[in-house]
Design a protein around this ligand. Structure first.
Ligand code: ATP
Length: 371
């Protein structure tokens, strides 16, 4: 297999006794849009800054394009960085801003013009060449910063919370644009964000960090469907976690007895019988049914009798337009979140407060977590 473009090997960064980044191993392939994701203070920016050469690892090494970056200053690395604050020069026009780095590098004027023109076209700023930054919107200033970084044709573009200064609507629009630009130029992007929606929407792969430690590296859908542990399950989206004991474990099927619930899972379980495990169930994977006296409980297909079914009562719901989020109190006294699409709401009014319900789920739905 080809050598990855970026190889991070056993990298630690300590500030005094505090490990901001703790023994991270990570390989990023050429052409990826990679997101480093995690809560505030998890060490993701420190890791990005080490790639840029703005911080020096306390331990471990970083290779870019097969070359050890130890002692290589930021301006000699094949990387460029777009900062959160955009950092464009206020006294320069858009084209001067974008061409600045090329001028410093001594690129001849003719080539400079062509490259600036192409970069502005790429970020859709053609026609605004002569404007100054204070005559631009936040989103346009962001594009100037992006064009300025891309015009230098780096092997890797590092982006530190690139959309955080934009308002919500623009941020969402820029997500797809940034992903399209990345796809077009084919430059490897490494982006830091604390916003999981942003990471899932844009990145081809994500690394989730907590307390300096890389928890999981996977595609967005694998992070969501197969979280490696409780931290990832909880950080990515919303989840119901049932803590319990693995009482039966046969050829990757399992029965978990958890707080009054019997959870049958038909996939991905590896021997941990008798130990504590967690079944992670996403709210949209739970079905709600009316519960009436004398009417038998629904039997979820593929599960043994009495498993994957819980009785409860609607305690609260929030109507969110496209979907409704229900909070169901089970007869065992725990609250389970259920998300229900409103696609068919014209024929199905949903469920009301204090209404008795059944909760059921497929044996394929829960992820089983060992930590
Ligand atoms: P945020 O999203 O809030 O920027 P982050 O995940 O990017 O958070 P980092 O900026 O990498 O986190 O910081 C990780 C930890 O290291 C934090 O607890 C921070 O206070 C600490 N830290 C970062 N830089 C320094 C420094 N120069 N000196 C001491 N501690 C630092």
């Amino acid at each position: 297999m080809a050598e990855p473009l970026i190889r991070i090997e056993g990298v630690c960064k300590r500030f005094g006794d505090f490990a901001a980044v703790d023994t991270v191993d990570l390989a990023i392939e050429e052409g990826e849009f990679f997101a480093l994701l995690g809560p505030s203070g998890c060490g993701k920016t420190t890791l990005l800054r080490m790639l840029a050469g703005l911080e020096v690892p306390t331990e471990g090494r970083i290779l870019i394009d097969g070359k050890d970056m130890e002692g290589v200053p930021p301006n000699k690395r094949p990387v460029n960085m777009v900062f959160q604050s955009y950092a464009v020069f206020p006294h320069m026009t858009v084209e001067q801003n974008v061409g600045y780095g090329l001028r410093i590098d001594g690129v001849p004027e003719k080539e400079r013009r062509t490259r600036v023109h192409d970069a502005l076209g790429l970020v859709k700023l053609d026609g605004l060449e002569k404007r100054k930054p204070d005559q631009l919107s936040g989103g346009q200033r962001q594009r100037v910063a992006l064009a300025r970084a891309l015009v230098k044709r780096p092997r890797v573009l590092l982006l530190d919370e690139p959309l955080s200064a934009l308002d919500a609507k623009l941020r969402e629009a820029m997500r797809s644009e940034l992903a399209i630009i990345q796809d077009k130029v084919g430059v490897t992007f490494v982006m830091v964000t604390h916003d999981q929606d942003e990471a899932l929407a844009m990145a081809t792969r994500c690394g989730v960090m907590n307390k300096g430690v890389l928890q999981q590296v996977a595609t967005p859908s694998d992070l969501y469907e197969y979280p490696a542990n409780r931290f990832v399950a909880d950080f990515i989206g919303s989840v119901n976690l049932f803590e319990g004991r693995l009482v039966q474990d046969e050829s990757s099927q399992a029965l978990i007895e958890a707080e009054g619930a019997r959870v049958w899972v038909d996939h991905g379980v590896t021997g941990a019988t008798g130990g504590t495990v967690w079944a992670a169930l996403r709210p949209e994977k739970i079905e709600l049914h009316h519960r009436e006296e004398g009417v038998p409980a629904p039997a979820p297909a593929g599960a043994p009798e009495g498993a994957n079914i819980l009785a409860g009562t609607v305690k609260h719901y929030s109507y969110l337009g496209s979907e409704t989020v229900y909070e169901i109190e089970t007869t065992g006294g725990r609250v389970v979140k259920v998300l229900r699409s409103n696609v068919r709401r014209y024929e199905d009014r949903g469920f009301d407060y204090d209404q008795p319900v059944w909760l059921s789920w497929s044996p394929q739905s829960p992820a089983v977590l060992l930590s």
